[in-house]
Write a protein that binds this ligand. Structure first.
Ligand code: ADP
Ligand code: MG
Length: 614
């Protein structure tokens, strides 16, 4: 017999658990909701405590406005909020919360205890709820503000519980979440303790830069470039890492919209594109990017965790972000050479006159916001001002960008590839240019060697040979170096110590948030060891260094080689140049760095002569 009715309205508790799946994915997301509530409540100090990555306990204490007894009970109900009243309010949200879902969601998948008191009330109120059951209440004594303890997250939703990563990984995610919240809310003091260890304790700050310094250390902060650009109703400001610093992950591109920490793909893309051609492929910058605009210009109600937003005019936002960062970076990278005529391609230069080519091909400037080509075209700048009659240049100059661009092209480009493989150390050294390239004169051309790419290849091959032979040569350090870790990532770095040891770093834990280095792979020397290790840890992915598989190890070696190699921007002395070229000649695959970029390019004598109309 067919039953009359098959559709039923789910009990509130079940509905809440289903909804909770969207809001509370892991301890970090529960923590985010609790801390955002504290921020909305006007707290001046927020204290967070985690146990076992937050799975056992997430405690958040604030000194904000607190709640009266009736509100405290209502707060745990679904769709209960003090922040909006009707649909119209959704158009201009000024608080971090507004959905009235978080506390109900968290309470339905944990054992939650809340204690709260408004400063005007004599007594506080304590509420305990387990898995969304009807809460028990009693009065209590408590300092003005709110204290929420969330225990045994997902104890009643085994499917969710299964998806949690290790406590270390969850702790890292939660701590990073708190760092992001602390960065945009720099006027609030934050304290974080995990399993009884104090990870950070930052007092109220006067600026985002000061907060950045508190969270990430003075050394990192002083390398950041501040920027601040307003275009129409959009203000874009913050801190951008110089192009000398790069990371193996885009995780350090931190983006905030109207004070809200969001992971907006378009914003991240705008930032990454602003660094285009300035960082090696697969490397990412670090930024703290704050975008501010009238709340009517951005829809924050598009994601249950409020971690994404939608801009009314995303094109304008993208362009402003790109321009703000790109022009700030231009300061440190562009130099101007008087331009009389420009040729946009080496190949074109070889077959046509520079002047004609310049007319046909417009200059691609740095300031253009939405660059789509992967590399800026090579530019040859011909200074023919004093020989207009013959239209033949008296001098040819190459802009630094041209050299950089052509060096970062894939090696099979005709303009970049030389004929045979040169024996570098036998060629005449003309000198070092742009403190990044070594100029060599060969029989039939001018060769530019990219010092970083060359050194990278040498280092990579040396490391790989040592590894194949069964051991990486380790140089012990007379005085051990102590490396301060980003407190949010400390536990993860410490868990990865065995992997670091396998790579030749003699490291040991040293306190809760630092490690000690007593020996490093000999190829890097003692000096570079500590700096290198710090960078490697910064670039570490979610699953440590992931050494499983030979290919993965090669990736690691590439990173090691890249970080341990002389950077562009360092003056090389004569003997250093000789040594580098000799080492390069002894190396297999010497024409490319391990990432595939060419180590040298050649300008053929014939091409140069034709450009002078010879
Ligand atoms: P929302 O933040 O979207 O309003 P929540 O479920 O996170 O929804 O919180 C519900 C309500 O509980 C909030 O609107 C606020 O009035 C109150 N509340 C929650 N946390 C706090 C706190 N730490 N201090 C004061 N009031 C709070
Ligand atoms: Mg909330």
């Amino acid at each position: 017999m067919t039953p009359e009715r098959v559709i039923y309205i789910l009990p509130e508790q079940v509905a809440s658990q289903i909804a909770a799946g969207e809001v509370v994915e892991r301890p970090a997301s529960a923590l985010k909701e609790l801390v955002e509530n504290a921020i909305d409540a006007g707290a001046r100090t927020i204290e967070v405590e985690l146990a076992r990555g937050g799975g056992d306990l997430i405690a958040v204490r604030d000194d904000g406005c607190g709640m009266g007894p009736q509100d405290a009970i209502l707060a745990l109900r679904r769709h209960a909020t003090s922040k909006i009243r009707d649909a119209a309010d959704l158009n201009a949200i000024r608080t971090l919360g507004f959905r009235g879902e978080a506390l109900a969601a968290i309470a339905s998948v944990s054992r939650l205890q809340m204690r709260t008191r408004r400063s005007a009330d004599a007594e506080g109120m304590e509420i305990a709820a387990s898995g969304g059951e009807d809460p028990a209440t009693r009065s209590c004594g408590i300092a003005a503000g709110t204290s929420i303890e969330v225990r045994d997250l997902f104890f009643n939703t085994p499917a969710r519980l299964k998806f949690l990563k290790t406590p270390t990984t969850e702790q890292t995610a939660a701590a990073e979440m708190l760092q992001r919240l602390a960065l945009s809310n720099y006027r609030i003091a934050f304290r974080l303790t995990a399993d009884g260890r104090r990870l950070f304790d930052v007092p109220r700050a006067a600026s985002a830069l000061e907060r950045f310094r508190q969270l990430f250390g003075a050394k990192t902060a002083e390398r950041m470039l501040p920027f601040d650009v307003t275009s129409g109703a959009v203000r874009v400001w913050g801190l951008a890492a110089s192009s000398q610093d790069s990371y193996g992950t885009p995780r350090l591109v931190l983006t905030f919209v109207n004070g809200r920490a969001v992971r907006d793909r378009a914003l991240i893309r705008a930032v990454v594109q602003a660094y285009q051609t300035l960082l090696p492929r697969g490397r990412y910058p670090a930024t703290a990017l704050f975008v501010e605009m009238p709340p009517t210009e951005v829809d924050v109600n598009v994601h249950p965790m409020k971690s994404e937003v939608r801009f009314r005019n995303s094109g304008a936002v993208f362009a402003t972000v790109h321009h703000a960062i790109r022009s700030r970076l231009a300061d440190q990278t562009i130099e101007t050479i008087p331009v009389a005529a420009e040729v946009t391609d080496v190949a074109a230069a070889a077959v046509s006159t520079p002047v004609a080519a310049a007319a046909a091909l417009p200059d691609e400037g740095l300031a253009r916001p939405a660059e789509t080509a992967p590399y800026r075209p090579l530019r040859l700048v011909a200074d023919n001002t004093s020989s207009r009659a013959h239209q033949a240049p008296l001098g040819l100059s190459f802009t630094r960008g041209a050299a950089t661009n052509i060096l970062s092209r894939p090696h099979d480009e005709s303009s970049a590839a030389g004929a045979g493989i040169p024996h570098y150390s036998e060629l005449k050294v003309v000198g070092q240019i742009f403190t990044g390239f070594i100029a060599l004169e060969s029989e039939d051309g001018l060769i530019l060697v990219d010092q970083h790419a060359a050194h990278e290849r040498v280092t990579f091959e040396k490391l790989r040979a040592e590894l194949r032979a069964g051991s990486i040569k380790i140089q012990p350090m007379l005085t051990p170096a102590t490396i301060e870790l980003n407190p949010a990532r400390a536990a993860q770095a410490i868990a990865a110590l065995p992997e670091l040891r396998a790579m030749g770093f003699e490291v040991e834990q040293f306190g809760a948030t630092s490690i000690r280095l007593t020996g490093a792979p000999a190829v890097f020397g003692i000096e570079g060891g500590a700096r290198l290790l710090g960078e490697m840890i910064d670039a570490m992915g979610d699953n440590g260094f992931n050494l499983r598989g030979a290919g993965a190890f090669d990736d690691c070696l590439k990173t090691l080689a890249c970080h341990g190699s002389v950077r562009a921007g360092r003056t090389l002395r004569g003997p250093e140049i000789t040594e580098l070229l000799a080492a390069l000649d002894r190396t297999e695959f010497k024409t490319n760095c391990p990432h595939g970029r060419p180590t040298h390019i050649e300008f053929r004598r014939g091409t140069i002569e034709r450009m002078f109309r010879r």
